[in-house]
Design a protein around this ligand. Structure first.
Ligand SMILES: [Zn+2]
Length: 340
């Protein structure tokens, strides 16, 4: 889908066509790497045909690695700090409400408060409901911390990540099997998983449709795909534009809305069965700080630099479902697509 190299920045950036339909796009606005401050200016373009937004001009595939410095946080090892009692209660909740194969002597009515507390923590959305035989693949798994938690809760886990260092951490720190690879690629046999997850990773992929088709191929019939991506149609995105923290140029190449995410899923053999909006107060606060640092003095920007202000605004946005992140649960409905 690469169209041409920019002549004045040859070999550093390229313009690309829409990854969903192959049509051309026009630049909505430009932005820079605000997180790590690596040089370069990039465009956020919108497809004239299907409305998909994507980073173009973007770094060439060869240069993209320059924008993932060693301290890039998803690849850092983190040691979990679960106490024994909390862990036991959480497992009981997973067994009683999400179908996990765990035995608990605690009666279900007593677990309701714990379940409400569990739901309150939005990170627990990564504990996906039990499905099939409990075989799960996490694509873009980083250092494997979530896979480790899932394996403790009964899943048979496998991971795939582009970073060799992250894969080594996963094996050494967490004892989780992670393969190193690029996407899309066949790393596991067809039909060998019940669930595939793409947590905050599809937005990074050069070929998102190819990745989704690979996910469909490794899933068994009726298998489920869970993915979380920033919501480009969120109020925060529309308000902060190039200063929106989850835009994360140029690491994020794909900027999905609920509509374009459903279109990408549909073109890859999936059907979206549920989409959940997730609030991210800290993302709004960081966006407001970026905006302030460029001299943006709008009242709402100043309000959102405070924890209280960002919290209130994110709850307001949530009432319309236009939060910073969205999580989609998709069911595999076809596996006869060309290119899989
Ligand atoms: Zn398009």
């Amino acid at each position: 889908m690469t169209m041409k190299s920019e002549t004045n920045r040859s070999q550093t950036t390229v313009e690309t066509a829409c990854a969903l339909c192959g049509s051309g796009g026009s630049v909505l606005f430009e932005g820079r790497d605000l997180l790590h401050g690596v040089d370069g200016s990039f465009g956020v373009s919108e497809c004239g045909e299907c409305g998909f937004a994507f980073t173009s001009p973007r770094p060439t595939e060869k240069r993209l690695g320059d924008y993932y410095p060693a301290e890039y946080s998803p690849h850092e090892p983190r040691i979990a700090d679960e106490s024994g009692v909390r862990e036991r209660v959480k497992r009981a909740v997973l067994g009683a409400f999400l179908g996990y194969p765990v035995e608990s002597r605690l009666p279900v009515p007593l677990l309701w408060p714990a379940y409400m507390a569990f739901r309150w923590n939005s990170k627990n959305i990564f504990y996906v409901p039990w499905h099939g035989q409990g075989r799960i693949l996490d694509v873009g798994c980083g250092s494997g911390r979530w896979l480790w938690r899932l394996s403790k809760a009964g899943w048979r886990t496998a991971g795939l990540d582009i970073s060799r260092a992250a894969a080594e951490t996963a094996q050494e720190t967490y004892g989780v099997e992670v393969k190193v690879g690029t996407y899309p690629h066949r790393h596991y046999p067809d039909g060998s998983f019940d669930v595939v997850t793409l947590w905050n990773s599809l937005e990074h992929m050069w070929d998102p449709l190819g990745v989704l088709k690979s996910c469909a191929a490794v899933l068994a019939g009726g298998g489920l795909l869970y993915m979380s991506v920033p919501n480009f149609a969120s109020f925060g995105s529309r308000y902060f534009r190039e200063n929106w923290f989850p835009l994360d140029l140029p690491r994020h190449l794909n900027h999905f809305t609920p509509g374009t995410l459903a279109a990408a899923a549909g073109a890859s053999g999936f059907e979206v069965s549920q989409t959940t909006a997730l609030r991210r107060t800290s993302a709004l606060r960081k966006s407001a700080r970026y905006a302030r640092s460029t001299g943006d003095a709008r009242l709402a920007v100043r309000v959102m630099t405070t924890r209280l202000g960002a919290g209130i605004m994110s709850r307001l946005f949530a009432t319309r479902g236009r939060c910073e992140l969205m999580v989609a649960c998709c069911r595999k409905v076809r596996d006869d697509l060309p290119g899989t």
